[in-house]
Ligand binder design. Structure first.
Ligand code: HEC
Length: 456
């Protein structure tokens, strides 16, 4: 199998910052959307079970209503769920160092469960819808005595109930596994102590279990808050036509939201408490602190709303609750960045080296400068026209090579003793080998000959 690491592209420092920001956006979109869908799925499932026991229609109503409100538009799961999830995986490939590849593998499995889970949840929603229609029809039938093909509708409803039951169960299960894997994969990237353990062991480690719990409880808070916001505030509030249900749903959703919200500060603190201290920057604490304050504000407003049904502050409550989870994501992302700091620095360094190599390639083979070689390697001993104590003047020794560049080159490359060649009668020791490469020798020889010719 091709290594996923090969997919990582070289990134510059500014790219890394941009990627970090995109990762944050993707994380916010994914965790909030998924939290809400999963939370509403849990509530829907719980109330369907309750209804089965008690036969209370309000419960079935709520079970269907909450999943309906939240999964209105099937394209949202593509835009807010699947796409950001894919983006997260790609950015983990780019940004997660060390055992980042373990993170990525786990996230890919998580993604598969996610795709199946969310598809199944839409089946669940639609089958629940059919059950509701049928129960409406049952109620009306007694009054209207219409000519419905009873047997057929009844049979279809039975089928739907089976589909509904299994999709509810499997939708939850798949999503649950996906979220669990997601918590494991992301934890891998920030916690080195996990690297030596197997994925299964890590799934059952305290840090992952708490992360998972925080996510699920948070999802229930957000689902309840979203439900209340959309049903009782948005567009002036939904016209339920049934006050009994309206009041029941309001209290139920608020109750679940408040109870789950109360645990958020504690759960968030535990998640950060488990983080390796060296990977916790001040931004991590700031994110958590803001999240905790916002969840207090949110629950306070929601509680007042529960008591006196005053909707004017509801939107602030909703903003505070969602804001709390956004800031938790900010905190998590800072943790991720800090934990992968060294790797990111390395990636930037790698990029810079690559850029240098590219620049060198573009400018072609570097022109070897004969004048420069003369200056640095020969001029200490040789001058062009005046013989030195150290070496003869070029003007005296070079002309004999005029028609034989090759011999000159050979000499410079490998000086053989000449002895008393200087017309001025100076005596010289043999010239030391200057250790130049062939092209350097050629360049300096050419330079010297050109200089002499130019001077004549
Ligand atoms: C440490 C001093 C020294 C340096 C540096 C040096 N030379 Fe010389 N060079 C000499 C001496 C001494 C001789 C005379 C050698 C002899 O007579 O055997 C000589 C002789 C020569 C000759 C004459 C050869 C002949 O056949 O008459 C050439 C050409 C020459 N050097 C070129 C160079 C070049 C090109 C460089 C730089 C790459 C260089 N030298 C660097 C000391 C030096």
């Amino acid at each position: 199998m091709m290594s996923l690491e090969n997919l990582a592209l070289p990134v510059s420092g500014s790219h890394i910052s941009l990627l970090g920001f995109l990762l944050l956006l993707a994380l916010i979109s994914f965790t909030i959307y998924t939290g809400i869908v999963f939370g509403s799925m849990i509530l829907s499932y719980i109330f369907k079970k309750k209804n089965k026991k008690s036969g209370n229609d309000l419960e079935l109503n709520f079970s269907q209503d909450i999943i309906n409100v939240i999964t209105t538009n099937p394209t949202t799961w593509f835009g807010f769920g699947l796409m950001p999830f894919l983006a997260i995986i790609l950015m983990y490939i780019q940004m997660a160092g060390g055992q980042g590849i373990n993170s990525v593998n786990i996230l890919i499995v998580s993604f598969l469960f996610y795709a199946v889970g969310i598809t199944v949840i839409y089946f669940y929603k639609n089958s629940l819808h059919f059950n509701m229609l049928y129960s409406l029809y049952e109620n009306r039938k007694a009054i209207a005595k219409d000519e419905f093909k009873e047997g057929l509708a009844e049979e279809q409803n039975k089928q739907m109930k089976i589909l509904n039951h299994s999709t509810g169960f499997w939708g939850l299960t798949f999503m649950f596994i996906s979220i669990w894997l997601f918590a494991t994969g992301t934890q891998y990237a920030v916690d080195q102590s996990m690297w030596s353990a197997s994925a299964i062991e890590n799934m059952f480690s305290f840090s992952v279990i708490f992360k998972l719990t925080q996510f699920i409880v948070g999802g229930v808070s957000m689902a309840g808050a979203t439900y209340v916001f959309l049903r009782y505030f948005w567009d002036g509030g939904y016209d339920f036509k049934n006050n009994e249900y309206s009041e029941y749903a309001r209290k139920t959703a608020l109750g679940w939201t408040l109870v789950s919200l109360v645990f958020q500060p504690l759960l968030m603190a535990i998640v950060i408490g488990y983080a390796d201290k060296s990977t916790v920057s001040s931004m991590v604490y700031v994110g958590i602190a803001v999240a905790v304050v916002l969840s207090f504000i949110g629950s306070h407003i929601l509680y007042t709303y529960l008591r006196n049904n005053e909707t004017s502050y509801l939107k602030y409550a909703y903003m505070a609750v969602i804001g709390a989870f956004i800031f938790f994501a900010v905190s998590q992302q800072s943790n991720f960045k800090e934990a992968n700091h060294e790797y990111l620095t390395y990636r930037v360094h790698e990029f810079e080296m690559l850029e240098l190599a590219r620049a060198a390639e573009k400018s072609g083979p570097v022109e070897i400068d004969g004048g420069e070689i003369y200056k640095t390697r020969c001029s200490a001993c040789h001058k062009f026209d005046v013989a030195q104590i150290t070496a003869p003047a070029y003007a005296d020794v070079i002309p004999k090579y005029a028609d034989n560049m090759e011999a000159l080159v050979n000499f410079i490359a490998n000086p053989t003793p000449r002895g008393n060649i200087d017309p001025n009668g100076n005596k010289y020791p043999p010239m030391a080998n200057q250790g130049l490469k062939k092209n350097e020798v050629e360049a300096v020889a050419k330079y010297i000959v050109d200089q002499l010719n130019g001077e004549k």
